[in-house]
Write a protein that binds this ligand. Structure first.
Ligand SMILES: Cc1ncc(CO)c(N)n1
Length: 260
């Protein structure tokens, strides 16, 4: 592993500060339940940002084959992620929620996966190879997890299950752009960072946080804990998705990769 200095900046997620609705929902101004979720996941969240895949992506030294492994798994992940939003749409009659779900599906296919396709074309990987990639055990575990929530859960479960996907990427994207601002111009992964650092991408999380905040009003502690667990599992899954791509690991144990 190339040695990359760890991120030692203090992060501006302030756990003790009161939410100021006038400022709007921001990474450093979160309403109470979102703050609870973020605090519960904090150790994994920060470990996630500091893992080799993200450090090396940030300073541009990540090996192309590790990034390609990640993008191929992610391309497949996004198709299932779109299905999760399609299923969310069936759980509500609120047109505003339905519209949000349709918009996410649309941006997955028109914006996000087109960045994957461009990178893969640059790496000489064909579209049919992209569509036929063998899914890693970790990627399958993650998509199975959110798909089972989408099939069996209610709308609130789904909103909480997709929140880590949106929020972790917005958070890491913005932090990488800031931390590595000086070298981003020549960074081969710049397009990736540029996609996730935007205010527009963060607005997806704002929408989810607002709706979740509204829907948890009056719920009992047991239900809130259930939701917290869904959220923390998601943040762990995000961590493992990058870490298994860094190791280019298809099976639960590396030695099993050779058995296939
Ligand atoms: C695994 C994963 N989670 C979240 C996102 C952000 O959409 C993504 N592209 N991939």
């Amino acid at each position: 592993m190339a040695s990359v200095a760890p991120n030692t900046n203090t992060y501006d997620f302030a756990i003790d500060e009161e939410f100021d609705p006038a400022k709007g929902i921001r990474l450093d101004n979160l309403p109470p339940f979102a703050r609870r979720l973020r605090a519960a996941a904090d150790v994994v969240w920060e470990d996630g940002y500091n893992q080799p895949f993200l450090r090396e992506l940030g300073n541009g030294t990540l090996k192309q084959e590790r990034f390609a492994f990640y993008l191929l798994q992610d391309y497949r992940y996004l198709a299932d992620y779109a299905k999760v939003h399609a299923l969310a749409l069936t759980k509500t009659r609120d047109p505003e929620v339905m519209k949000f779900m349709v918009n996410v599906q649309n941006s997955i296919f028109s914006v996000e996966s087109s960045v994957h396709r461009k990178y893969m074309a640059g790496f000489g990987v064909s579209e049919s190879e992209m569509n036929n990639v063998r899914q890693s055990a970790f990627a399958r575990a993650y998509t199975s997890d959110i798909l089972s929530i989408a099939y069996g859960g209610d709308l609130l479960d789904i909103l909480v299950a997709v929140l880590p996907c949106a929020w972790v990427y917005a958070d890491y994207g913005q932090r990488l752009a800031k931390e590595f601002a000086d070298t981003l111009d020549t960074n081969p992964f710049r397009t990736w960072v540029d996609m996730y650092k935007t205010e527009e991408f963060w607005q997806g999380s704002v929408w989810l946080i607002e709706h979740i905040e509204h829907m948890v009003q009056g719920l009992g502690e047991e239900r809130l804990q259930e939701l917290e667990e869904i959220f923390c599992n998601g943040v762990q899954n995000e961590y493992m998705f990058w870490s298994s791509a860094y190791d280019m690991q298809y099976s639960w144990k590396p030695q099993w990769d050779k058995a296939r």
